[in-house]
Write a protein that binds this ligand. Structure first.
Ligand SMILES: Nc1nc2c(c(=O)[nH]1)N[C@H]1C(S)=C(S)[C@@H](COP(=O)(O)O)O[C@H]1N2
Ligand SMILES: [Mo]
Length: 199
């Protein structure tokens, strides 16, 4: 007989030591979009990084796809409390995209086809922590999940991972994006439960 009585545990066990506080695990892949899904033709698709002096660095789809491809295997955490473990993506590291970019900027404002924006420190896009991904689970990224390509920054809440990513502006000052202007936390670390301003 077990000496542990399931009825008398002090507190619920976390579902995994990879589940941040206040999150529950899901096997689904919920779609969260603040507006309609933009359709972006690959012949017109362009991704650009603009530095603080206004200099623009751009990649067409073939140029982007010819860069070194990485396969991040990561856990993702949405501020609406679902977390999904072991997601598999393919894309290009921001380290590679930023390699030729001249900048002293500290902040980044990411923008999407469709108008969505989100901000983060430039430091959080470098050091092997962020990618522009075009494949999920071995398939082309669904338009609903951000295809043709989205940002993936899994160490922050998933609203920072802009779908249908179009460009990144590097700035000397922090400029809040769409959800950050609506009261969401400016940084959004799921392990510190930084959901809303003041958390
Ligand atoms: N362009 C754009 N990117 C976005 C969003 C959005 O509404 N528009 N929603 C964000 C939020 S709140 C989350 S949780 C994730 C959801 O990604 P998914 O729909 O692939 O699960 O995308 C983020 N990126
Ligand atoms: Mo979200």
């Amino acid at each position: 007989m077990s000496i542990f009585s399931p009825g008398f545990q002090g507190r619920p066990r976390p579902q995994s030591d990879r589940t941040p506080p206040g999150q529950y695990l899901t096997e689904d892949f919920p779609v969260l979009s603040a507006g309609p899904t933009p359709r972006v033709d690959l012949t017109r698709w362009q991704f650009s990084i603009t530095n603080e002096t206004g200099r623009q660095y751009s990649w067409s789809w073939p140029q982007f796809m010819s860069l070194t491809q990485e396969r991040p295997h990561v856990d993702i955490h949405c501020v609406t409390r679902w977390s999904k473990l072991d997601t598999n993506w393919q894309g290009v590291s921001l380290d590679d995209l930023l390699e030729t970019v001249e900048t002293q900027a500290e902040f980044a404002l990411v923008s999407s086809y469709g108008g969505y924006t989100t901000n983060l420190p430039l430091e959080d896009l470098t050091g092997g922590k962020a990618w522009i991904v075009h494949t999920y689970g071995g398939q082309d990224l669904d338009p609903e999940h951000g295809g043709p390509a989205r940002l993936l920054v899994p160490h922050l809440y998933f609203w920072k991972s802009a779908k249908w990513v179009k460009g990144i502006r590097l700035l000397d000052y922090d400029e809040p994006g769409f959800w950050e202007s609506a009261g969401y936390h400016s940084y959004g670390d799921p392990w510190r439960e930084q959901r809303y301003q003041g958390d």
